[in-house]
Design a protein around this ligand. Structure first.
Ligand SMILES: [Zn+2]
Length: 88
């Protein structure tokens, strides 16, 4: 298996979204662009759907990792220039 995700705390699960018409709301939910009605529906779905719970926490972890790397890049530009080997 390839391992190219550094040290992110990704949740892996075999669970599948129990209702993909709800699962597609995930991005909008995170963006805060869902209507209140849809957000409530999605949260209700989230309580029952392991796949979306995993997705949600993975996405949050990714955002946190991005934030963290942005901070350290700002703090140390020179080191960044020397270690761009893992660029995407
Ligand atoms: Zn789901």
């Amino acid at each position: 298996m390839e391992q190219d995700t550094e040290s992110l705390y990704l949740v892996t699960t075999d669970a599948r979204c129990i209702d993909e018409s709800m699962g597609q709301y995930l991005d909008d939910y995170l963006d805060g662009t869902l209507s209140r009605d849809d957000a409530e529906k999605f949260e209700a779905h989230l309580c029952r759907c392991l796949a979306c719970q995993a997705d949600l926490s993975n996405t949050i972890n990714l955002f946190a990792a991005l934030e963290a790397s942005r901070d350290s890049i700002a703090a140390d530009e020179t080191r960044k220039a020397r270690s761009v080997s893992h660029g995407k």
